[in-house]
Design a protein around this ligand. Structure first.
Ligand code: COA
Length: 144
Protein backbone atom coordinates (compact mmCIF):
# COMPACT_ATOMS: atom_id res chain seq x y z
CA UNK A 1 0.00 0.00 0.00
CA UNK A 2 1.21 3.50 -0.84
CA UNK A 3 0.85 6.14 1.84
CA UNK A 4 1.81 9.80 1.66
CA UNK A 5 3.14 11.54 4.73
CA UNK A 6 5.38 14.39 5.82
CA UNK A 7 9.08 13.78 5.37
CA UNK A 8 10.84 13.03 8.64
CA UNK A 9 14.49 12.80 9.69
CA UNK A 10 14.46 9.02 9.40
CA UNK A 11 13.52 9.29 5.69
CA UNK A 12 16.18 11.69 4.41
CA UNK A 13 18.84 9.08 3.54
CA UNK A 14 16.39 7.07 1.44
CA UNK A 15 15.02 10.14 -0.31
CA UNK A 16 18.48 11.50 -1.12
CA UNK A 17 19.37 8.07 -2.58
CA UNK A 18 16.37 8.40 -4.94
CA UNK A 19 17.62 11.89 -5.89
CA UNK A 20 21.09 10.46 -6.62
CA UNK A 21 19.62 7.78 -8.86
CA UNK A 22 17.58 10.39 -10.71
CA UNK A 23 19.23 13.82 -10.97
CA UNK A 24 22.65 15.02 -12.17
CA UNK A 25 22.72 17.53 -9.29
CA UNK A 26 20.99 15.66 -6.45
CA UNK A 27 20.11 17.05 -3.04
CA UNK A 28 21.93 15.46 -0.11
CA UNK A 29 20.37 14.11 3.06
CA UNK A 30 21.62 17.29 4.78
CA UNK A 31 19.73 19.47 2.27
CA UNK A 32 16.49 17.64 3.09
CA UNK A 33 17.17 17.89 6.83
CA UNK A 34 17.40 21.67 6.51
CA UNK A 35 14.00 21.76 4.79
CA UNK A 36 12.41 19.62 7.50
CA UNK A 37 13.48 22.25 10.02
CA UNK A 38 12.36 25.22 7.89
CA UNK A 39 8.97 26.37 9.17
CA UNK A 40 8.11 27.82 5.75
CA UNK A 41 8.74 24.51 3.98
CA UNK A 42 6.69 21.36 3.62
CA UNK A 43 8.15 18.14 2.25
CA UNK A 44 6.14 14.99 1.57
CA UNK A 45 7.19 11.43 0.85
CA UNK A 46 5.24 8.52 -0.60
CA UNK A 47 6.05 5.19 1.01
CA UNK A 48 5.53 1.62 -0.11
CA UNK A 49 5.55 -0.79 2.83
CA UNK A 50 7.13 1.95 4.92
CA UNK A 51 9.99 2.65 2.48
CA UNK A 52 10.24 6.06 0.78
CA UNK A 53 9.72 5.77 -2.98
CA UNK A 54 8.96 9.39 -3.86
CA UNK A 55 9.30 12.93 -2.62
CA UNK A 56 8.20 16.49 -3.31
CA UNK A 57 8.36 19.75 -1.43
CA UNK A 58 7.28 23.35 -1.35
CA UNK A 59 8.59 26.52 0.27
CA UNK A 60 6.23 29.35 1.11
CA UNK A 61 7.80 32.64 0.10
CA UNK A 62 5.36 35.41 1.00
CA UNK A 63 2.38 33.47 -0.35
CA UNK A 64 4.13 32.04 -3.41
CA UNK A 65 4.84 28.32 -3.12
CA UNK A 66 8.07 27.24 -4.83
CA UNK A 67 7.82 23.54 -5.58
CA UNK A 68 11.05 21.51 -5.81
CA UNK A 69 12.40 17.96 -5.68
CA UNK A 70 9.46 16.24 -7.35
CA UNK A 71 10.62 12.68 -7.90
CA UNK A 72 9.21 9.16 -8.01
CA UNK A 73 11.68 6.27 -7.90
CA UNK A 74 11.91 4.69 -11.36
CA UNK A 75 10.13 1.35 -10.73
CA UNK A 76 7.11 3.19 -9.30
CA UNK A 77 6.56 5.70 -12.12
CA UNK A 78 3.43 5.81 -14.28
CA UNK A 79 1.16 4.53 -11.50
CA UNK A 80 -0.37 7.83 -10.42
CA UNK A 81 1.90 8.30 -7.39
CA UNK A 82 3.36 11.60 -8.63
CA UNK A 83 -0.15 12.97 -9.19
CA UNK A 84 -1.39 11.87 -5.77
CA UNK A 85 1.64 13.30 -4.00
CA UNK A 86 1.47 16.62 -5.86
CA UNK A 87 -2.24 17.11 -5.16
CA UNK A 88 -1.60 16.43 -1.46
CA UNK A 89 1.23 19.00 -1.54
CA UNK A 90 -1.05 21.60 -3.16
CA UNK A 91 -3.80 20.95 -0.61
CA UNK A 92 -1.46 21.17 2.39
CA UNK A 93 0.35 24.16 0.83
CA UNK A 94 -2.92 26.10 0.63
CA UNK A 95 -3.55 25.29 4.29
CA UNK A 96 -0.20 26.93 5.16
CA UNK A 97 -1.18 30.12 3.34
CA UNK A 98 0.19 29.59 -0.16
CA UNK A 99 -1.92 31.42 -2.76
CA UNK A 100 -0.05 30.51 -5.98
CA UNK A 101 2.40 27.72 -6.81
CA UNK A 102 5.38 27.87 -9.15
CA UNK A 103 8.14 25.57 -10.36
CA UNK A 104 10.80 25.15 -13.03
CA UNK A 105 11.07 22.13 -15.28
CA UNK A 106 13.46 21.12 -18.06
CA UNK A 107 11.97 21.92 -21.45
CA UNK A 108 12.46 18.31 -22.60
CA UNK A 109 10.92 16.68 -19.50
CA UNK A 110 7.64 15.55 -21.04
CA UNK A 111 6.61 13.33 -18.13
CA UNK A 112 6.99 16.10 -15.55
CA UNK A 113 5.36 18.73 -17.79
CA UNK A 114 2.43 16.31 -18.27
CA UNK A 115 2.17 15.80 -14.52
CA UNK A 116 2.16 19.54 -13.84
CA UNK A 117 -0.31 20.37 -16.62
CA UNK A 118 -2.66 17.68 -15.34
CA UNK A 119 -2.49 19.40 -11.93
CA UNK A 120 -3.43 22.74 -13.51
CA UNK A 121 -0.01 24.35 -14.01
CA UNK A 122 0.48 26.63 -17.01
CA UNK A 123 3.78 27.68 -18.64
CA UNK A 124 4.27 31.42 -18.18
CA UNK A 125 7.91 31.89 -19.14
CA UNK A 126 11.26 30.37 -20.06
CA UNK A 127 14.57 30.72 -18.21
CA UNK A 128 17.28 30.45 -20.84
CA UNK A 129 20.02 27.92 -19.93
CA UNK A 130 18.59 27.59 -16.41
CA UNK A 131 19.82 24.02 -16.00
CA UNK A 132 23.34 22.57 -15.93
CA UNK A 133 24.58 19.04 -16.67
CA UNK A 134 23.29 19.21 -19.38
CA UNK A 135 22.59 22.87 -20.08
CA UNK A 136 18.93 23.32 -20.96
CA UNK A 137 16.21 25.95 -20.83
CA UNK A 138 13.73 25.79 -17.94
CA UNK A 139 10.01 26.36 -18.30
CA UNK A 140 8.51 28.47 -15.52
CA UNK A 141 5.09 27.11 -14.64
CA UNK A 142 2.44 28.57 -12.33
CA UNK A 143 -0.81 27.42 -10.79
CA UNK A 144 -2.69 30.50 -9.59
C1 COA B 1 7.77 13.33 -13.38
C2 COA B 1 7.44 12.19 -12.40
C3 COA B 1 7.57 12.72 -10.98
C4 COA B 1 5.99 11.75 -12.65
O1 COA B 1 5.59 10.86 -11.63
P1 COA B 1 4.64 9.60 -11.92
O2 COA B 1 4.24 9.02 -10.63
O3 COA B 1 5.31 8.71 -12.88
O4 COA B 1 3.41 10.33 -12.64
P2 COA B 1 1.89 9.82 -12.65
O5 COA B 1 1.85 8.35 -12.90
O6 COA B 1 1.18 10.36 -11.47
O7 COA B 1 1.36 10.55 -13.98
C5 COA B 1 0.69 11.81 -13.91
C6 COA B 1 0.69 12.46 -15.28
O8 COA B 1 2.01 12.81 -15.67
C7 COA B 1 2.18 12.61 -17.08
N1 COA B 1 3.17 11.57 -17.33
C8 COA B 1 3.69 10.70 -16.42
N2 COA B 1 4.62 9.92 -17.02
C9 COA B 1 4.67 10.31 -18.32
C10 COA B 1 5.46 9.92 -19.42
N3 COA B 1 6.40 8.94 -19.31
N4 COA B 1 5.30 10.56 -20.59
C11 COA B 1 4.40 11.56 -20.73
N5 COA B 1 3.62 11.98 -19.68
C12 COA B 1 3.76 11.37 -18.52
C13 COA B 1 0.81 12.20 -17.61
O9 COA B 1 0.12 13.40 -17.95
C14 COA B 1 0.19 11.55 -16.39
O10 COA B 1 -1.19 11.58 -16.43
P3 COA B 1 -2.00 10.32 -17.08
O11 COA B 1 -1.54 9.10 -16.35
O12 COA B 1 -3.42 10.65 -16.85
O13 COA B 1 -1.60 10.30 -18.52
C15 COA B 1 8.36 10.97 -12.63
O14 COA B 1 8.36 10.63 -14.00
C16 COA B 1 9.81 11.21 -12.20
O15 COA B 1 10.17 11.04 -11.04
N6 COA B 1 10.68 11.62 -13.16
C17 COA B 1 12.09 11.86 -12.86
C18 COA B 1 12.30 13.06 -11.97
C19 COA B 1 11.79 14.32 -12.58
O16 COA B 1 11.95 14.58 -13.77
N7 COA B 1 11.15 15.16 -11.74
C20 COA B 1 10.62 16.45 -12.14
C21 COA B 1 11.62 17.52 -11.97
S1 COA B 1 10.94 19.10 -12.39
Amino acid sequence: MIIIEELEEKDVEAVSAIEERTFSMPWSAKDFLQMIHDKNALYLTAKSDGIPIACCGVRNILGDGEITNVVVDEPYRGKGIGSRMLSELLKKGKQMGIEAFTLEVRKSNEAAIGLYEKAGFVTEGIRKNFYERPVEDGLIMWKR
